[in-house]
Design a protein around this ligand. Structure first.
Ligand code: CUA
Length: 329
């Protein structure tokens, strides 16, 4: 009996460890100050829960092996009353008090504003994220560039339903609520490419509302900002130039913006650096020329419910518009 239980415990723990190793990102692999504080509380809770589990499990094992003693003088020396008071009231109160104090202190520390933070605005859309970098004129979508080692303040808004902004390795979740400005504060400790997702069910494409955070050293970040402040350079090839013409003359420019051109639409994602983004449609496909052509011609097929309609272009129009968009970096 005990052997079978031990085997099952091993199977469950082993499977959990294997699955947790495969599926990144994990909030237990923190790369930012807020995520580190959250992970610390998680480990404290895990340690306490494991301790309680072992103690209770130990008592059960002892009870099973020794059996109930009769009143022959060999019964337990701990009285039932003391046992209930200690195990059922005193210990739980101490544990909950410690967890309560640590949680409230950590939450207060995480919400405290820093001096001179880098401010970013992020708006939850259906179903993608619009990003604007305060004071730079840079707007983007689905991707946030941030420097390491500097306090960051992300103001979160929504113009539709409630979303939740979550980059597990950098910070805890924060709801994105229409009519409200929520502020997420954290500092990134390690450069890297971090996956983020929407953590609140927000409609049919909730699962495809992913984004990524590119964290770089302050020097590389400043270089990225100065490169992206300017509008993209003129299309380098004839095909891309005719693609720009198709983009401006078709319905694309009505919904999308490309800085420095006649396209100022705000309904869909800003496409100023679409060629540099690794994913399309909030993560439904990787950004390759073939996928971009598929997406433009029939986005609802790959992301049902998306606001972008199927745009039926000729083969040469598709080829040129893909060349144009992929050149925007
Ligand atoms: Cu947005 Cu789920």
């Amino acid at each position: 009996m005990i052997r079978r239980a031990a085997t099952w415990t091993l199977v469950v723990v082993g499977t959990t460890l294997v699955l947790s190793a495969c599926s990144s990102p994990s909030m237990l692999d923190p790369k930012g100050t807020e995520a580190r504080s959250v992970a610390r509380i998680w480990w404290l809770m895990f340690g306490l829960a494991a301790g309680v589990y072992l103690v209770v499990g130990g008592f059960i094992l002892v009870a099973v092996m020794r059996g109930r003693r009769t009143s022959d003088g060999r019964s337990s020396r701990i009285s039932d009353h003391a046992f209930v008071w200690l195990g059922g009231i005193v210990v739980p109160i101490v544990i909950l008090f410690v967890l309560g104090v640590v949680t409230v202190n950590t939450t207060a520390a995480l919400r405290r504003p820093d001096a001179d933070p880098l401010r970013i605005q992020v708006e939850g859309k259906r179903w993608w994220w619009a990003v604007s970098y305060t004071g730079t004129g840079i707007t983007s979508a689905g991707e946030i560039h941030l420097p390491t080692g500097r306090p960051i303040e992300i103001t979160l808004t929504s113009d539709n339903v409630i979303h939740s902004f979550w980059v597990p390795q950098l910070a805890g979740k924060l709801d994105v609520i229409p009519g409200q400005r929520n502020v997420l504060r954290f500092k990134i400790t390690h450069p890297g490419d971090y996956r983020g997702e929407c953590a609140e069910f927000c409609g049919i494409q909730h699962a495809n509302m992913n984004f990524r955070v590119v964290a770089e050293s302050p020097g590389l970040y400043e270089r990225w900002v100065s490169q992206h402040r300017n509008a993209p350079i003129e299309p380098a090839s004839d095909v891309a130039a005719s693609g720009e013409h198709v983009f401006q003359s078709q319905s694309c420019a009505g919904c999308h913006a490309v800085r420095g051109t006649q396209a100022h639409g705000t309904l869909g994602p800003d496409l100023t650096d679409i060629g540099a983004r690794p994913l399309l449609g909030g993560g439904v496909m990787t950004n390759t020329p073939a996928n971009l052509a598929r997406w433009i011609n029939d986005a609802p097929k790959y992301k049902p419910g998306v606001l972008m309609p199927a745009i039926h272009l000729s083969t040469s129009q598709t080829k040129s518009i893909v060349a144009y968009l992929e050149s925007l970096k």
